[in-house]
Design a protein around this ligand. Structure first.
Ligand code: GRF
Length: 209
């Protein structure tokens, strides 16, 4: 099953542009990893279509009875599928459910997320809109490891973008997503090369460019 490359398990609920950016970077040879499995809690999510179109195993997992998290049965199914696929790094790419407890114990220190703000500013939903409504002049995105909190785990990398006069939620979001599509593959690539070190909240080893 394995050629020794890091095996990624990607979880998403939406259109999958971050997944596509990572898969493109793998194809281009700048990320030495393999997408072993894509899972979504949304049966018609674009991310599943993108994965299937490139021949990557992709599966819908019914999330169960909660709105913001997976129920126990669903969480076990996700953990089981990722383990079965030999996943070494879980990459959250627009996954809209909170993962805690059992899941984080199963993949301790090996769950990455991208958030559309410069954390710790604007955690939670629609962070670009929060930045705009606050009057921030700089926005951006953060790649971080996932811990028990919401958008609180150790920061691995950040990229800033300006908030321009005349921006609305859509134009600012698009600019942030452009930054995400470059930053996320770069961080996953550095992780795959073993360059990133994590000691508590302190991380090092990621360099831009
Ligand atoms: C991204 O903007 C990311 O910041 C957030 O969810 C969005 C996912 O977009 N966590 P996509 O599905 O990767 O296109």
């Amino acid at each position: 099953m394995s050629d020794g490359r890091l095996r990624l398990g990607i979880l998403g609920s939406g259109k999958g542009s971050n997944f596509v950016a990572i898969a493109d970077a793998i194809r281009a040879g700048s990320v030495d990893a393999e997408v072993a499995l894509v899972l979504s809690d949304v049966s018609d999510a674009g991310i599943l279509g993108h994965a299937r179109a490139s021949g990557i195993p992709a599966r819908h997992v019914a999330p169960g009875r909660f709105r913001t998290k997976l129920d126990e049965e669903s969480e076990s199914a996700v953990i089981g599928s990722l383990r079965e696929a030999g996943v070494g790094l879980v990459v959250l790419a627009g996954f809209m459910r909170i993962l805690k407890g059992e899941f984080l114990r199963a993949f301790d220190g090996r769950v990455m997320n991208i958030h559309p703000s410069l954390l710790p500013a604007f955690p939670g939903l629609e962070a670009w809109r929060q930045a705009l409504d606050y009057g921030a002049k700089v926005a951006g995105c953060t790649v971080h490891l996932v811990d028990q909190g919401i958008d609180t785990g150790p920061i691995l990398a950040q990229r800033a973008v300006p908030v321009l006069d005349g921006d609305d939620a859509a134009t600012l979001h698009a600019r942030i997503q452009g930054a995400e599509r470059e930053l996320y593959p770069a961080v996953v690539g550095a992780w795959a090369r073993g360059e990133i070190r994590v000691r508590g909240r302190m991380t090092s080893g990621f360099r831009e460019g």
